[in-house]
Design a protein around this ligand. Structure first.
Ligand SMILES: CC(C)(COP(=O)(O)OP(=O)(O)OC[C@H]1O[C@@H](n2cnc3c(N)ncnc32)[C@H](O)[C@@H]1OP(=O)(O)O)[C@@H](O)C(=O)NCCC(=O)NCCS
Length: 135
């Protein structure tokens, strides 16, 4: 699993208890997972379909740096299933795990459409046909 995205916990990310607000973290995860899915399926017309149990195993406080890891665990016909882990970047202590996040690829009418993908595509392969795109 690659931990691509880091976040620096700021005052606006805290709950009244003074620790990281779970809703902020879930928003970041959903966006990270959507971007991962777009890169894997080659389309931005993807939606979150399902999230399994969310296990907040430890917290983060203001000033901490956290990192989010996402990997695909299976490819369906129109869906992709991901696993997510968030951890403290410095201590490597796990903050959250989500075993299954399912995204579905849609057509222009908003209906599920086959993506034809069967395995994880490396970042070098993802945009090889888009010579004008720099990421
Ligand atoms: C995504 C959506 C079009 C799927 O519709 P649907 O009637 O469930 O479609 P299907 O039954 O054909 O299922 C599509 C895929 O989702 C999977 N799926 C459906 N329900 C699921 C569930 N509860 N858990 C896991 N996967 C599920 C199916 O297995 C299928 O995958 P596959 O083709 O790889 O086998 C529809 O549910 C929808 O529009 N949901 C709202 C999505 C959204 O707005 N997300 C943002 C939330 S804020």
């Amino acid at each position: 699993m690659n931990f691509h995205t880091r976040k620096w916990i700021k005052p606006e990310d805290l709950n009244p208890n003074g620790t990281l607000f779970g809703g902020s973290l879930l928003k970041w995860i959903d966006e990270e997972a959507a971007i991962y899915t777009m890169c894997q399926l080659g389309s931005n017309r993807v939606v979150t379909k399902f999230m399994s149990e969310i296990n907040f195993v430890s917290s983060a406080k203001q000033g901490d740096v956290i990192e989010m890891g996402i990997t695909a665990t299976s490819f369906g016909r129109t869906s992709i299933t991901l696993r997510c882990e968030v951890r403290n970047k410095i201590t490597r202590q796990s903050i959250l795990t989500i075993e299954r996040i399912v995204f579905v690829l849609l057509n222009e009418g908003g209906m599920p459409v086959p993506h034809g993908r069967t395995h994880i595509i490396s970042s070098d392969e993802q945009f090889k046909n888009h010579t004008n795109v720099s990421i």
